[in-house]
Design a protein around this ligand. Structure first.
Ligand SMILES: C[S@@+](CC[C@H](N)C(=O)[O-])C[C@H]1O[C@@H](n2cnc3c(N)ncnc32)[C@H](O)[C@@H]1O
Length: 210
């Protein structure tokens, strides 16, 4: 149950803005919290899979902190050239592999990894249970993800944004998913919560293999 409009919404322009911002200011708050959570558990020698990884900034940070290699899976090809430039600038081009595809629709597109990351991705996908289940089943050790708080305000903002996209004829839609749906999908794939869900606007949930 994949939606559409990813290529148009997450395009080269967005990739350029993300890369410029990262070069100037470093990781955004929610992404920084993902990295801090993983560093606290240890990343030395780890294989990382980032689903919906955009320019791959989280992977750059994890590799520079001692992870062995990273695979970044994306639906949109718009990030590729900025991501390659970023990896090159950090001397990491041989340690980051990029793939295009949807792990729910084409499970073979991504193998297993020690650490699986999804930063602000679940809210871009209609079927949270399928996406989180696919991510969780690929994790040997941890899955860390962020998603918007499931409150009335956040749901109203998402509904407003979708109305605007509809008026503009843009087929992309954002989704509010209940944290229980996310946690259940992770549990069904054999993971258990590694600490409480936390964060004000972007909630972070970490799971570990039971
Ligand atoms: C809001 S962007 C976040 C990008 C990056 N994680 C960041 O925080 O800058 C969401 C990304 O998830 C990707 N995405 C959504 N569903 C996906 C899926 N099933 N597989 C791979 N990528 C997906 C989209 O293409 C988009 O680039």
């Amino acid at each position: 149950m994949r939606c559409c409009g990813y290529d148009e919404f997450f395009d080269e322009g967005m990739a350029r803005r993300d890369a410029r911002r990262y070069r100037r200011k470093g990781l955004k708050g929610s992404a920084r919290r993902i990295v801090e959570t993983l560093l606290a558990c240890g990343v030395d020698g780890a294989e990382v899979l980032e689903i919906g990884g955009g320019i791959g900034a989280i992977d750059v940070e994890l590799l520079e902190a001692g992870a062995a290699r990273a695979t970044v899976l994306e639906l949109s090809p718009g990030y590729e050239s900025e991501a390659e430039a970023l990896a090159r600038d950090h001397g990491l081009e041989g340690r980051i592999e990029r793939r295009l595809g949807d792990v729910v629709v084409r499970p073979e597109v991504a193998g297993r990894a020690d650490l699986v990351v999804m930063e602000r991705v679940v809210c871009c996908y209609p079927d949270a249970a399928a996406l989180v289940g696919a991510a969780a089943s690929r994790s040997r050790r941890m899955l860390v993800l962020t998603y918007p708080r499931y409150g009335l305000l956040a749901r109203a903002v998402i509904a407003g944004a979708n109305a605007l996209l509809r008026v503009r004829g843009n087929p992309f839609r954002a989704y509010a998913h209940a944290p229980a749906t996310i946690a259940d999908a992770a549990r069904r794939a054999g993971l258990r919560p590694a600490g409480p869900e936390r964060g004000v606007v972007w909630r972070l949930a970490a799971f570990e293999r039971a």
